[in-house]
Structures are given as structure tokens and as C-alpha cells.
Design a protein around this ligand. Structure first.
Ligand code: C2E
Ligand code: MG
Ligand code: MG
Ligand code: MG
Length: 287
């Protein structure tokens, strides 16, 4: 409990520092200097195809340290970056990191990058993404953009146009955190996503018959809309066993790998099960 409190206190302190005494201007400067000083970094969390045991993709996640080297949570700095517009620079930075990793790691099929509504609203957004992909010399279909369901997405003709442009370029678009926002169902009916990531809330409440039934229904719903699910937040082997019995192969979560450095991810890729050999799901992921 003391540890938990310590963490919470540290987070509140950092978030306040980031907002600054004078409000967002200081927050923006703090973030810009963090970018300039190389205090932002990217970690990558594997998304595993449990039918083969192999890494199918990795999600890029941003990390930030304050000037004293203490980690600031994305939940504290992303909202400030969005409000101040610094997310445009930070977002372009992590896109380059992701494409760089793809260029140096042919064994990694896909990297996904989170994008904020603020980035999508930027008229240069698609151009920036295309330029980064081109500069890295990678196939555009190896990059996925994760968009969170929100009021800004559903019913917005701009977003539909943007998705058409991205898919013409071959870049994938995934719906993130499905099931938590208020616009999830309208998003599914209006827009065509390559993948739908089911929020970790659902797998983490599938221990009860009711929770399991809800998750199965969400998975069926995604499938019935001809879209493919990724289940986020698996922390235990028995969750994978249960949810794979619902027909899901793609999972992300601490049980399969924490967000890790590029170096660690490369090691994981080098150690994968052989694609030629039959793979025993229960032996690998069972309790
Ligand atoms: P997200 O995109 O839904 O990312 C998944 C979050 O769940 C990550 O938190 C990840 O570390 C965490 N996670 C993964 N597996 C598990 C698990 O098994 N259990 C639990 N409890 N958590 C798990 P993180 O890295 O703290 O990021 C939080 C959010 O911040 C992200 O949620 C995303 O919305 C935002 N974010 C992170 N990096 C970026 C970025 O580069 N750009 C933008 N726009 N947003 C970002
Ligand atoms: Mg995400
Ligand atoms: Mg998510
Ligand atoms: Mg999220």
C-alpha cells in the first residue's frame, strides 16, 4: 500500500509540474525541452498470435522522463501534449521511431502507433505519415495507426476521408480501446478498420460468467462486422485459454510481454518458435 501511495504521489507531483504554475505554456516548454534533450523514448509491446506463438506486431508506446530522470506517466503527459499541440512534434517523432524499427527488423511484420485526435485534425497529418514511411523505405502496410473511439471520429466526414487516403496509401488503421468510449458502435458501423483492439477492461473482468459472456459477445460483434479483434490486457494464461476458445488469436498484455526496449524486442524476435513446427498453445500459454 505504501508503495502504491508513493507512486500516486509521484504521479500527482509530476503532473502538476508539467502543467506548471502559469498553466499550459510552461507545460509546452517542459515537453519541448524533453523532446530536445532526448528525454522521450519509445518502448514496444508485442502483440502475439497465440496460434503460432509468434510476434505478429508491436505497439509503440511513448515514455518521458523529467529533468531529474523520473518517469512521467503517459496519462499525465499525453493530455498536456494534446492541449498544447506539442503532440504534433511528439507524434511525428514516435512515427519515425516506429518506421525506423521496421526498417531494421524485417522479422517484425507490423508496428502500431497511437495517434491523437489533435494529430488527425492537422491538415498535414497524412502527408507527414507518408513522408516518414517513404523516408524509412518500408512497405506502408507494415505501419498501423491506432485511433481511439471518440466523438471526434464518429459522424465526422473528415475522418472517413482521412481513412480512405490512408488505405489508398496502404497504411493500416486500427480502432483502439473498443468498448470504453461512447462512440464505439457507431465507429464500427461507419468506418472500416483493419483491426479492432478490445479494451483491457473486458478481459480483466472475464473471471465471472457474466464478464466472460460480455467479452464473447463483443468479440462476436466485431467479427460480425467483418473486422478482426485484438484482445488487450491479458495478464494471465487462463485468460488467453478462455478467450482463444472464443476464436481470437491476437493478444497483447503483460502475460505475453511488457512494453520493452527496441533491443529487448529484437532479442524476443530472434527467440521465436519456428514457423515450420507445429505449435502447442496449451503447453506454451497454459497455467
Ligand atoms: P493504449 O494505446 O491503450 O496502450 C495500452 C496501455 O496499456 C499501455 O499503457 C500499456 O503499457 C498498458 N498495458 C499493456 N498490457 C497491459 C496489461 O496486461 N495490464 C495492464 N494493466 N496494462 C497493460 P501506457 O504505455 O501507460 O500508455 C497509456 C496510454 O497513453 C495509451 O493507451 C495511449 O492512449 C497513450 N499513449 C501512449 N503512447 C502514446 C503515443 O505515442 N501517442 C499517443 N497519442 N498516445 C500515447
Ligand atoms: Mg494503443
Ligand atoms: Mg488500447
Ligand atoms: Mg488507451
Amino acid at each position: 500500500v505504501a508503495k502504491e501511495e508513493g507512486r500516486n504521489r509521484a504521479r500527482v507531483f509530476n503532473a502538476r509540474m508539467l502543467h506548471g504554475a502559469e498553466g499550459d505554456d510552461l507545460g509546452a516548454e517542459t515537453l519541448r525541452s524533453a523532446v530536445a534533450d532526448g528525454r522521450i523514448s519509445a518502448v514496444f509491446q508485442p502483440i502475439v498470435d497465440v496460434s503460432t506463438g509468434r510476434i505478429w506486431a508491436a505497439e509503440a508506446l511513448m515514455r518521458l522522463k523529467d529533468a531529474e530522470g523520473r518517469a512521467i506517466s503517459p496519462e499525465a503527459f499525453i493530455p498536456v501534449a494534446e492541449r498544447t499541440g506539442v503532440i504534433l512534434e511528439m507524434g511525428a517523432w514516435i512515427l519515425r521511431e516506429a518506421c525506423d524499427l521496421l526498417a531494421s527488423e524485417p522479422a517484425l511484420p507490423i508496428v502500431s502507433v497511437n495517434v491523437s485526435a489533435r494529430q488527425i485534425d492537422d491538415p498535414d497529418f497524412v502527408g507527414t505519415v507518408e513522408a516518414v514511411v517513404r523516408a524509412a523505405g518500408i512497405a506502408p502496410s507494415r505501419l498501423a495507426l491506432e485511433i481511439t473511439e471518440s466523438g471526434q471520429i464518429s459522424g465526422n466526414p473528415e475522418v472517413a476521408r482521412l481513412m480512405d487516403r490512408l488505405s489508398e496509401s496502404g497504411i493500416r488503421v486500427w480502432l483502439d480501446d473498443f468498448g470504453t468510449g461512447f462512440a464505439g458502435l457507431t465507429c464500427l458501423s461507419e468506418l472500416r478498420f483493419d483491426m479492432v483492439k478490445i479494451d483491457r477492461f473486458f478481459v480483466q473482468s472475464c473471471d465471472t460468467p457474466r464478464g466472460a459472456k460480455l467479452l464473447k459477445n463483443i468479440i462476436d460483434l466485431v467479427g460480425n462486422c467483418s473486422q478482426r479483434p485484438i484482445v488487450e490486457g491479458v495478464e494471465e494464461a487462463r485468460q488467453i485459454e478462455l478467450v482463444s476458445s472464443f476464436g481470437v488469436d491476437l493478444f497483447q498484455g503483460y502475460h505475453l510481454g511488457r512494453p520493452m526496449s527496441r533491443h529487448e524486442l529484437k532479442r524476443r524476435l530472434a527467440d521465436q518458435p519456428n514457423p515450420e513446427e507445429p505449435f502447442d498453445l496449451t503447453a506454451a500459454f497454459g497455467d
